[in-house]
Design a binder for this molecule. Structure first.
Ligand code: 5RP
Length: 262
């Protein structure tokens, strides 16, 4: 079964499986969105069903909510939880300070609200997400549909004075129609190539009236759990300044490798 997984999928799986061990009985846990987070949800579902783990999950998208319920996790809303012990999510990029680009899966708004309402945010990733400078991955910005082209023009104008290498922006599409987020908004992808000052850019973008939120997560992530295709896992904690190593056995959880869909 594991032979069918690509090295990247194995890396995502071991990162997710290792991060699932952070979840303890009684916790309220934010559940991220994306293919790596889907592994996490499957792992946690197995721990609920087979080990009797008891926790409440707050999903960051309708698709994560659906998967979480499917695998047996008790799902509550953020308003019911109010504050979370932990959020575990994927990322599109992370740098040495554990600042992130997120939103490739279109869920950045709920992801940022949930992560910010958590005592700890753990990112699960494969090595392809590690960068020296954020920005090679297009930065998603969630915008209100009303006047989105005006907002786009305002963003492009503003980017002229920002420390970035590219300034192209594109409306994210879903077939022939704009992609619509869970909150009913659109996403503009900013092709910046390199972001010199992510903190400044995040603040400037969020000043614009049509912008709801941007995909830069600054000082939000505490720990990155980095998975490798051979089962190795590296845990980097920005607060403790520590790097730990671990190794996981694929065989234990091979029943998880069936029917996985993001
Ligand atoms: C969704 C996200 C995802 O965490 C990000 O896109 C990474 O996805 P994947 O784990 O599939 O690589 O931010 O909005």
């Amino acid at each position: 079964m594991t032979g069918e997984l690509s090295p990247i999928d194995k890396a995502k799986f071991v990162a997710a499986r290792r991060a699932a061990d952070f979840v303890e009985d009684g916790m309220r846990v934010g559940l991220g969105t994306g293919s790596t987070a889907a592994w996490l949800v499957r792992c946690l579902g197995e721990m609920v069903r087979e080990d009797g783990l008891k926790f409440k999950g707050v999903p960051t998208s309708t698709r994560t909510a659906e998967l979480a319920r499917d695998v047996g996790i008790e799902v509550i809303s953020l308003d019911e939880a109010r504050w979370l012990d932990l959020t575990i999510d994927g990322a599109d990029e992370f740098d040495a300070d554990l600042n992130l680009i997120k939103g490739g899966g279109g869920a950045l708004l709920q992801e940022k609200i949930v992560a910010t309402a958590s005592d700890r945010m753990v990112v699960i990733a494969d090595i392809g997400k590690q960068v020296e400078h954020l920005g090679a991955y297009p930065l998603p910005v969630e915008v209100i549909p009303f006047g989105w082209q005006t907002t786009q023009a305002l963003i492009e104008e503003t980017l002229i004075s920002m420390d970035v290498l590219g300034r192209d922006t594109t409306l994210r599409m879903n077939g022939d129609a704009p992609y619509v987020t869970d909150e009913g908004n659109y996403i503009l992808d900013l092709h910046l190539k390199r972001i010199g000052n992510p903190r400044q850019l995040a603040l400037v973008l969020n000043q614009m009236p049509g912008v709801v939120e941007n995909g830069l997560f600054i000082d939000i992530c505490d720990t990155v759990v980095l998975g490798f295709g051979d089962g190795r896992v590296e845990l980097r904690d920005i607060n403790e300044g520590t790097i730990e190593h671990d190794r996981l056995d694929f065989v234990e959880s091979e029943n998880l490798f069936t029917d996985l869909s993001d």
